[in-house]
Design a protein around this ligand. Structure first.
Ligand SMILES: Nc1nc2c(ncn2[C@@H]2O[C@H](COP(=O)(O)OP(=O)(O)O)[C@@H](O)[C@H]2O)c(=O)[nH]1
Ligand SMILES: [Mg+2]
Length: 272
């Protein structure tokens, strides 16, 4: 009997080219939606987050992009793949290459497979998997090209983060709004649904940021290209298991990077 395509491939990061997007979906898979979940040392959350997405209606597929987690996250995912054939995929990279490049890799993979709705979600349950349905609905039925799970549509919907982190995130969002002019409340959000056209339009090989600032850059480009962006209110809850990978280096990348990004945008053409 032929084994199902587990989708497990080793790769080295930014230089990988999966273009052009001639779609190569495994027969038998029916979903138009794939949730990309980047992981680094998420052994406490890996199984539960996969099961939570797999239990949803309508059907979602999952792509884990693991950066060689030393804690064995990838082995946990491999152990689940037999249970979810043609629904649970994994790409393994050799080391911790950053959240941004993990997503870029995942986007290229998902476009090549022909998914129409491509999601970003954290592995640590800060993003409630049940909200995937509302994000999808905003794109599929609400006409959005990019739906953002937003903490700051009405007030601040963050649970259990230390006050310092809440303030930093809130004012980072404000700073980005001021510098870029984007009318988005939660500019650093990492819970999103992209319509495939957005990711096909943005040149994924030219994304500058590797860390969390990547989230800002993707929104900025989608906005500059004139895509319809909708914010869907969500409640963000701090992780209860495992550790955060946030660092001050990531923060510095964002502060100067956003200014640079804005200046560079004056010299770019955003016609589709
Ligand atoms: N593949 C990959 N995943 C990462 C990397 N850094 C963070 N992550 C994942 O990105 C998500 C968000 O990271 P997290 O540590 O929860 O950040 P925080 O919520 O901002 O504190 C989690 O699923 C992490 O496992 C990385 O360098 N590579
Ligand atoms: Mg987190």
């Amino acid at each position: 009997m032929e084994k199902p395509d587990t989708g497990n491939h080793f790769c080295s990061g930014k230089s990988d080219k999966l273009f052009p997007y001639n779609t190569t979906r495994t027969p038998g898979s029916v979903s138009d939606s794939i949730v990309i979940i980047p992981t680094y040392n998420e052994k406490e959350n890996a199984e539960a987050i996969v099961r939570a997405v797999m239990a949803l209606e309508p059907e979602f597929h999952v792509l884990i992009v693991d950066d060689g987690s030393p804690d064995g996250t990838a082995q946990i995912i491999q152990g689940l793949q037999g249970e979810f054939p043609n629904r649970l995929f994994m790409e393994q990279r050799k080391g911790k290459l950053g959240l941004g490049t993990a997503y870029i890799h995942g986007f290229k993979w998902a476009l090549q497979k022909g998914y129409e709705f491509i999601f970003e979600m954290d592995a640590d349950f800060s993003h409630n998997p049940n909200d995937l349905v509302r994000l999808r609905d905003a794109c599929k039925n609400g006409g959005a090209d990019l739906a953002i799970g937003s903490r700051y549509v009405v007030g601040v919907n963050v649970v259990n983060w230390p006050m310092g982190r809440v303030l930093m995130s809130y004012f980072a969002s404000y700073y980005v709004r001021m510098v870029t002019g984007m009318q988005i409340n939660d500019t650093t959000a990492g819970f999103k649904c992209y319509r495939d056209t957005v990711l096909k339009t943005i040149d994924l090989n030219k994304i500058d940021f590797v860390g969390y600032a990547f989230q800002i850059e993707m929104k900025f480009l989608a906005w500059k290209f004139g895509f319809k962006i909708t914010e869907v209110p969500i409640i963000f809850t701090d992780r209860t298991k495992g550790e955060s990978k946030m660092s001050s280096g990531i923060f510095k990348e964002a502060v100067l990077g956003v200014l640079q990004m804005k200046i560079q945008s004056y010299f770019r053409n955003f016609r589709r």
